[in-house]
Design a protein around this ligand. Structure first.
Ligand code: EPU
Length: 423
């Protein structure tokens, strides 16, 4: 099994190219189900989640060719079951994003219920409530969601909470519904806005994506598209945090500075220097790292997807910080692993009290989910001695060749193969 070996305490210097955004690419791949013909996605990151989505689209009869950074999806065969099986959905919850497109386009969808995951229960009730409001008949049987509608009809939908993939599923469904839909209390993440751009390229009439109210005039059919995916703000934020932890000076090429504003404000407060340089962002740290409090919130708040990486940074800062997680109920799985590396962290329900320590010490640690893995990599980069991060398949879901990108800026980091016993 692959693991990442890091020998820490090296400052990072050089350039890193930010890849395309995973959480933008996944819904856009699913949007290809809304049309016939061939769509071309550019700037797609090379990730396990992209391969899983490609497998799902193939299962649904599409011809998919993955040649990173491009992916082509062709309508391919029809008369295949509009079904997302458990085996694919359990590998990646975002598979639920085929639900809206399938029922809107083919009148029927059968999608495995995702179930919980490491970071929380993550129900999909808001997706189902919205589809029902658009006129779909929904039932849950034998672990599968069944959704049926001869033709969806536009409706007003108010989300109880802003949900990213829920908003995206409903945008795709409403794009082919008859009449006008209004979605209220929508997620405002840049990836939602990006999906709106793609749907409009396909001929949809979506207004307000990226704000809390989205208006959609349904159309009868949509066309294939050619689109370059926006840069990954969370990947970029992870590298910013890494340089913050180790010190050094790195130019992040293609870094989406505006999308990262809530993170950058906190990183600057912690002592990092972050400046725009044309299309790139220069990050350096000469000053002492200081403890800064953070509370996660839906965009434009501090993203939950950066909480674990920020905690690794705070673990080696001077002073204390309080990190509060408000989005997912179980997103502190990295804490016990950081403790094994000498961090001083106490958790009370959804709050972590971090007292920075002078040195973290390298250890063998276990990745539990995607962002937790990134947090352990950052801790390993700054720790004294050798760190082995196990179960890097989590990391491979969301970071393209992270060890190569970090090695290129001077980190002593390699992918190795080791035996790993579960349990
Ligand atoms: N929620 C419900 N009911 C629903 C939907 C969501 O109660 O029907 C709750 C969730 O349990 C959570 C909150 O609403 O407490 C927000 O969840 P959301 O639906 O926004 O999350 P998601 O769409 O499942 C996406 C990203 C996640 C990211 C979250 C929050 C994708 C493919 N995934 O998930 O990304 O953490 O939004 O920003 O876009 C990651 O990349 O590591 C990752 C987990």
């Amino acid at each position: 099994m692959d693991a990442i070996r890091i020998r820490g305490t090296r400052r990072l210097h050089g350039r890193i190219q930010v890849s395309g955004a995973k959480n933008a690419a996944l819904p856009i791949l699913c949007a290809t189900l809304l049309s016939d013909g061939e769509s071309l996605l550019r700037n797609v990151p090379g990730l396990r989640d992209i391969d899983t989505t490609a497998a799902l689209l193939r299962f649904l009869g599409r011809e998919v060719s993955v040649g990173i950074p491009e992916v082509r999806v062709h309508a391919g065969r029809r008369n295949v079951p509009a079904e997302a099986p458990y085996d694919l959905v359990r590998q990646m919850r975002a598979s639920v994003l085929v639900l809206g497109p399938l029922v809107a386009r083919f009148g029927r969808a059968k999608v495995s219920l995702p179930g919980g995951c490491q970071i929380g229960a993550r129900p999909v009730d808001q997706h189902l409530m919205g589809l029902e409001a658009l006129g779909a008949k929904i039932s849950v049987e034998h672990g599968y969601i069944l959704a049926e509608a001869a033709r969806l009809k536009g409706a007003e939908i108010v989300f109880d909470i802003p949900t990213v993939t829920g908003t995206e599923n409903l945008m795709m469904a409403a794009a082919l519904a008859k009449g006008r839909s209004t979605l209220v209390n929508c997620a405002r993440e840049p990836e939602v806005e990006e999906l709106g751009r793609v749907l409009n390229k396909m001929g949809a009439r979506v207004e307000g994506a990226g704000t809390s109210i989205i208006h959609i005039h349904g159309v009868d059919e949509l066309a294939p598209f050619d689109h370059a995916i926006i840069a990954d703000r969370i990947e970029a934020g992870t590298f910013l945090a890494a340089v913050g932890a180790t010190g050094g000076d790195v130019l992040l090429e293609g870094c989406p500075l505006d999308d990262l504003e809530p993170v950058i404000v906190k990183l600057r407060k912690a002592g990092l220097d972050i400046e725009r340089e044309g299309d790139a962002v220069r990050v350096s740290r000469e000053r002492t790292l200081r403890g800064v409090d953070v509370t996660t919130a839906p965009h434009p708040g501090f993203p939950t997807d950066m909480q674990a990486q920020f905690m690794a940074l705070m673990a080696c800062a001077k002073g204390r910080s309080v990190l509060t997680e408000t989005i997912f109920e179980n997103r502190f799985m990295h804490v016990p692993e950081l403790l094994r590396m000498g961090a001083n962290i106490e958790t009370h329900s959804n709050t972590a009290l971090v007292a920075g320590v002078e040195v973290l010490s390298g250890a063998s640690v276990m990745a539990t989910d995607l962002r937790a893995s990134a947090s352990l990599v950052i801790a390993g980069l700054v720790a004294d001695g050798e760190t082995i991060v196990r179960r890097v398949y989590h990391l491979d879901r969301g970071y393209q060749a992270i060890e190569k990108k970090l090695a290129a800026v001077g980190a002593d980091i390699q992918r190795i193969n080791i035996a790993d016993e579960e349990g």
